[in-house]
Ligand binder design. Sequence first.
Ligand code: 2M8
Length: 437
Amino acid sequence: MSQDLVPLSPQATLIANALRVLSANDVGSYTRPSPSLYPHQWNWDSAFVAIGLARDRVERAQLEIRSLLRGQWRNGMVPHIVYDSGGAGYFPDAARWEVSLSPDSPNDVSTSGITQPPMITVAVHAIARDPQTHSFVRWAFPHLLQYHRWLHRERDPEGEGLVFICHPWESGLDNSPRWLDIMSRMMLTVRPSYEREDNRQVALGQRPTDEDYDRFVYLLDLAREARYDSSEIWARSPFLVQDVLFNSILYRADECLKEMAVQLGEPIAEMERWMALSRRAFRDKLWDSKAELYRDYDLRSGRPILENTISIFMPLYAGVAGERETESLVERHLRNPAEYAADNRTQWLVPTASKDNHHFDPVAYWRGPVWVNTNWFLIRGLERYHYWQEAEKIRRDTLALVERTGFFEYFDPGTGAGYGTGSFSWSAALTLDLQAH
Ligand code: 2M8
């Protein structure tokens, strides 16, 4: 039998299929999140892609990051979208942002005016595992440092150790039930004028409602009117949230930045200061000792946000949870079939909202479906705390889901059906990472 005819193992087939998705979405210097729903470069999507490619396509992983950093602003911000020529095929397009209103926006690249969780630093850290990438890491480091400084300076004006986000799109989990209370308090007197593109491609039940979109666009317009100046946004925006997931990723990113600084012989005191402040704030401000979970904080109302969603676990990914907190998160929430554990309603781990949250919906975007990236955060977090069995169970479920259903954007936790767009890049990329160990 010739070697070509030897059938591939299921594992090798899954890897080959994941790589096929990534190369189909590769437009040369970056990878689209999906072939048509998201036709530009997204910040954390590219970071996830680079994490997957760092496993054995490390050259291509570096290109993904270089391409994303083309969009970095003069003040350090890495925008949530870097548009492909003009931004056709997606709402909002580049013109809606009009980022030239800000003196900090780049001249020759079209971008959005807000950011996303700083997974880029985690991606560069993954690339840095390969010693051949030393000169790339040396090149990327000052860009990342500038981005972190911007986040800590502009988005944490009171030096609390927690940064704020000013738009659900900055959270990456746009349609999470966590934003509903704030959005319901935003009384729009005039409906912003725009036309959605997303619901032409995906059934409306799986996407945000028109009312939610109105508020997304209202917040975009407000940031534009503030010329993307964080202090202006801080003064005017109804949406100012210290988000548990964003801050957990930032903490992990600070830790990665510090490790790279050590490798490069750069000073680390600044990162240590950020991390110490942040550890204290997670403990004193975000931990709810009665409900025994972490909560986002709404700076406008001065109250914690009460929705129980997958974000409660994200401090495990950061490594900021203490022993007692970790035990509660696992015992009281992760292993609880009324919340996140499997039962006859949800067989696939892990739903993005607790089943006892009255907004839980197994179909709607970020309100219950399983996502590969949130599972990945949880797996890496549980491994960090040596909950090997729990981590392995979620890893197997995630791989079984993509193997059986395909690389969808999200999945029904009850039936395993795929929703949103198919051929979704981060589902494929993180499969590569999870497959590697
Ligand atoms: C989704 O967000 C965009 C807006 O940024 C959208 O709904 O149009 C989110 O899932 C976000 O996390 C992701 O980065 C983006 C592209 O995959 O899509």
